[in-house]
Design a protein around this ligand. Structure first.
Ligand SMILES: *[C@@H]1O[C@H](CO)[C@@H](O)[C@H](O)[C@H]1NC(C)=O
Ligand SMILES: *[C@@H]1O[C@H](CO)[C@@H](O)[C@H](O)[C@H]1NC(C)=O
Ligand SMILES: *[C@@H]1O[C@H](CO)[C@@H](O)[C@H](O)[C@H]1NC(C)=O
Ligand SMILES: *[C@@H]1O[C@H](CO)[C@@H](O)[C@H](O)[C@H]1NC(C)=O
Ligand SMILES: *[C@@H]1O[C@H](CO)[C@@H](O)[C@H](O)[C@H]1NC(C)=O
Ligand SMILES: *[C@@H]1O[C@H](CO)[C@@H](O)[C@H](O)[C@H]1NC(C)=O
Ligand SMILES: *[C@@H]1O[C@H](CO)[C@@H](O)[C@H](O)[C@H]1NC(C)=O
Ligand SMILES: *[C@@H]1O[C@H](CO)[C@@H](O)[C@H](O)[C@H]1NC(C)=O
Ligand SMILES: *[C@@H]1O[C@H](CO)[C@@H](O)[C@H](O)[C@H]1NC(C)=O
Length: 461
């Protein structure tokens, strides 16, 4: 479940159209390609004679194109050989305003939507990533995500680790196999790194792994790291590595087969992190022993499907007052109850202080106790921001307390598949932002309060 709450802006580069105009020194001008930018002093518009592309970079891009065996969406049609071709105007390419060097190659497969089962083949580039990209020594932004560019070997293209101007690298869901090269630590300017393998492309055999991610500590500017669905089962040092990353704001290591999250860490420099997603790692140890409780700047904490168990330590959420999304559900709604060592004692989660909490997901976890007890643990702030309460598929019992009206920002209230008894309090009518109310499969009896009909926007009941 992805409730994106954090958006980090990329520093993108201005379009190449203005490139030539800004040139003032001949020393930074591309050479050997006939027409000088300086004479015209104007941006090339594709038909005029001025070309702002460096020939060796154009050749490198054409070589990259030769590695592409299928381009069903005709992304690279504008990439044509010839002296008069300005590669700065090609689709997906951006050049520097200052020196006309290619600084961005953005060929993300945009035909792919976010559904898991989409047919990426419809729009994906197929082929391999040419080492010719190494000629683009000024490249800051490379996004080849969601394409089938694993080539015949499927090995991760280690040569990319020499593109040391890169600030943004997105190779998400390219179905690579084998080991992630530790030389990624050479990309010391990286701010965004997305190597996640969340979507299965091609034969669905993506199985990148890493046994040691200490190379991450060489990336002091990294703000965004997503390695979701990589195999990090042997990377026992993972928490040590990430704990040192003082610039990191987003850390997604969901479905990484991480062995545990109970490391005791000497220092925690990871103070800026706002989004931590460790869901779908089968930790199976007490939740109180997790190392991340000191991360008080968190806005998103994803722990669904981790089989963490036991009680929350006293004051666990006391400092996490920025938290907006908390997910403690069991994986993918499979409703596979887990009772490892008694399961998670949700009633010890004191969330009363979390005045910024918007979304709480406690689904499919076999949690027990009364609804009243549970509601006593929820944010009691006024005003409060709670918008979504997903408490379905548990064993919550008893009636819904009449003070439910205090969460008047609620848009989704899902209490389905519990053992809640009736009658329903008329105060439900005070939840006037409610869009979805699901009380199905409970033991509720008695009339539906007429006040519910006052909920203008209720579309599902
Ligand atoms: C592009 O160049 C052509 C030929 O020089 C010219 O006719 C046209 O007006 C230019 N277009 C723009 C948008 O500058
Ligand atoms: C990474 O950097 C080291 C030295 O810092 C260098 O020896 C090595 O060749 C670089 N590797 C790559 C793939 O660029
Ligand atoms: C990388 O690309 C994927 C798919 O195109 C996208 O969902 C993701 O947000 C991108 N990552 C970053 C850091 O921008
Ligand atoms: C994960 O990677 C390790 C090596 O680090 C390997 O032994 C193991 O088989 C891999 N697991 C899966 C499910 O691919
Ligand atoms: C951490 O949890 C694992 C189980 O995932 C357990 O084997 C190990 O002993 C625990 N270590 C500590 C220090 O609690
Ligand atoms: C976490 O916070 C506790 C209490 O404030 C402190 O004793 C502990 O040293 C901190 N741990 C780390 C790794 O910073
Ligand atoms: C981490 O924090 C410690 C102090 O808590 C500091 O001495 C150290 O330099 C920091 N390391 C990094 C990599 O920021
Ligand atoms: C929950 O936390 C709040 C403040 O963090 C505290 O005042 C309250 O006593 C706690 N409740 C319980 C039951 O521990
Ligand atoms: C119902 O939805 C509309 C449009 O989203 C909104 O303007 C209106 O305020 C909502 N009504 C209530 C009672 O929340």
């Amino acid at each position: 479940m992805d409730h994106g709450t954090t958006t980090l802006s990329l520093v993108l580069v201005a379009a190449a159209a203005a490139a030539a105009a800004a040139l003032s020194s001949s020393s930074s001008s591309p050479t050997g390609h006939g027409v000088s930018l300086l004479q015209g002093g104007r941006a090339n518009n594709g038909t005029a004679g001025t070309i702002s592309c460096w020939p060796h970079e154009r050749d490198a891009l054409l070589e990259f194109k030769r590695g592409i065996t299928s381009d069903p969406a005709e992304i690279l049609t504008s990439w044509q050989p010839g002296e008069h071709q300005d590669c700065c105007r090609w689709r997906g390419i951006r050049c520097s305003i200052k020196n006309s060097h290619v600084i961005s190659v953005h060929l993300r497969n945009v035909g792919a939507n976010d559904a898991i089962n989409w047919d990426a083949g419809d729009t994906a580039l197929v082929g391999q990533i040419s080492p010719s990209l190494l000629s683009l020594q000024h490249l800051k932004h490379l996004d080849l995500s969601l394409n089938q560019l694993e080539g015949p070997t499927s090995l991760f293209p280690e040569f990319l680790c020499s593109l040391n101007s890169l600030r943004y690298l997105n190779l998400s869901s390219i179905p690579f196999n084998g080991r992630l090269p530790p030389q990624l630590g050479n990309l010391t300017k990286l701010r965004h790194l997305d190597l996640s393998e969340r979507f299965f492309l091609g034969n669905g055999m993506n199985s990148l792994y890493s046994t040691d991610i200490s190379w991450l500590t060489h990336l002091p500017s990294l703000q965004y790291l997503d390695m979701g669905s990589l195999n990090l089962s042997m990377a026992l040092d993972w928490a040590y590595a990430v704990s040192k990353m003082s610039s990191l704001r987003v850390l997604d290591l969901s479905s990484c087969m991480l062995a545990s999250a109970n490391q005791s860490l000497p220092h925690l420099n990871l103070t800026r992190v706002e989004r931590l997603d460790l869901s779908e790692n089968d930790f199976q140890h007490p939740i109180a022993s997790c190392w991340f409780w000191n991360l008080t700047g968190l806005r998103y904490l994803g722990l669904g499907g981790t089989r963490l168990y036991g009680q929350f330590h006293h004051g666990a959420f006391g400092g996490m007052t920025s938290l907006e999304v908390l997910d403690l559900s069991v994986s993918d709604g499979s409703n596979d109850p887990y009772i490892t060592d008694g399961g998670l004692d949700i009633m010890t989660a004191n969330l009363t202080n979390l005045c910024n909490l918007k979304i709480l997901v406690f689904s499919s976890s076999n949690f027990g106790g009364t609804v009243t007890e549970l509601f006593n643990q929820l944010p009691q702030c006024s005003p409060n921001k709670l918008q979504e309460l997903h408490l379905d598929n548990n064993n919550f019992a008893g009636p819904i307390p009449n003070w439910i009206g205090r969460w008047d920002s609620l848009q989704i209230l899902d209490l389905s598949n519990n053992i809640i008894t009736g009658p329903l309090p008329s105060e439900i009518g005070m939840l006037n932002s409610l869009v979805t109310l699901d009380l199905s499969s409970n033991l509720i009896i008695g009339p539906v309060p007429s006040e519910i009909s006052m909920l203008d926007n209720l579309t599902a009941l």
